[in-house]
Design a protein around this ligand. Structure first.
Ligand SMILES: C[S@@+](CC[C@H](N)C(=O)[O-])C[C@H]1O[C@@H](n2cnc3c(N)ncnc32)[C@H](O)[C@@H]1O
Length: 269
């Protein structure tokens, strides 16, 4: 297990995260449907991002997670929207959110519902989602898993599910990274701005989630990817207007979801 940085103070840094994912290297990769694209750590270590897979249809490992979804689903960091599209095709009410305009546009083109918004900003249906998804390493969003787990607890209904993909190794790592398409160094371009990211194996995720009222429901592996589902306590008290939400910057912009009806978190957003 490694912890490469001390506990970060994140108040100003999560906006850096939102800005970084909305810049060229990621938007270009989504437009082209392919990488190369990496998260580059300050020590030069590269984490490849699987843009081709994200831009393809949902695969068997994805479906192993989607089959476990209950009720209306919020896909946090939905990227180009393959999970949103697959869930909608299976009759789920589902909303994707992402800080990347290119990701939201692509999700909408697939016929999915998506909002251009950070998970740390006010969201429709807070406290009413049946399942929230943090897939493809998205437990790393904001570089502070505890804060993200606290935020997701405020988003799901009592007894609701969080389905997260964890790192294959037993790690607990918070790092400063930049998006890197491998071209900047050669072209002499200014490197993308740094932001905080986290990677967690299953043991670390369970350790951090339990004190926040998340109980392990299931753990599984599919095609070499690891997943965990956690159920929120029915009685836990969380404030939907947490300090994170109140202090967050104004919504960048929004495209309100279609298919809104009934007692769904998608209604009245
Ligand atoms: C590792 S990628 C995962 C991609 C994605 N799950 C997919 O299916 O393509 C992380 C995603 O989270 C988004 N993201 C980063 N910070 C975010 C935030 N604070 N709120 C919402 N989405 C965020 C990024 O724009 C990016 O699309």
């Amino acid at each position: 297990m490694s912890r490469t940085m001390p506990e970060p103070g994140l108040s100003g840094r999560t906006l850096g995260d939102a800005v970084s994912w909305s810049t060229d290297p990621y938007a270009d990769a989504l437009r082209n449907g392919r990488g190369p694209l990496f998260l580059r750590r300050t020590d030069g270590w590269l984490l490849p991002l699987d843009v081709e897979r994200w831009c393809a249809g949902a695969d068997a490992a994805d479906l192993s997670a989607l089959r476990r979804c209950e009720g209306p689903v919020l896909d946090i960091g939905c990227g180009p929207g393959r999970l949103v599209a697959a869930l909608a095709a299976r009759g789920h009410r589902v909303l994707g959110i992402d800080v990347s305009e290119a990701a939201v546009a692509r999700t909408l083109r697939l016929g999915g519902s998506a909002l251009h918004r950070s998970v740390f900003e006010p969201l429709p249906g807070e406290g009413r989602w049946g399942t929230v998804l943090l897939v493809d390493g998205n437990i790393g969003i904001g570089g502070d898993p505890r804060r993200l787990l606290h935020r997701t607890a405020a988003l799901v209904a009592p007894g609701g599910l969080l389905i997260a993909e964890t790192a294959p190794q037993d790690i607990d790592e918070r790092v400063e990274v930049r998006l890197d398409d491998g071209r900047a160094a050669h072209a002499g371009a200014v490197p993308a701005r740094p932001f905080l990211w986290a990677r967690l194996g299953t043991p670390a995720l369970l350790r951090q989630a339990r004190p926040l009222g998340w109980h392990p429901a299931d753990q599984w592996e599919a095609d070499g990817r690891r997943f965990v589902s956690l159920r929120r306590e029915r009685t836990v008290l969380t404030t939907s207007q947490s300090a994170d939400t109140v202090n967050s910057a104004a919504v960048i912009s929004s495209q309100f979801p279609r298919n809104t009806s009934g007692d769904s978190p998608l209604a009245g957003s």
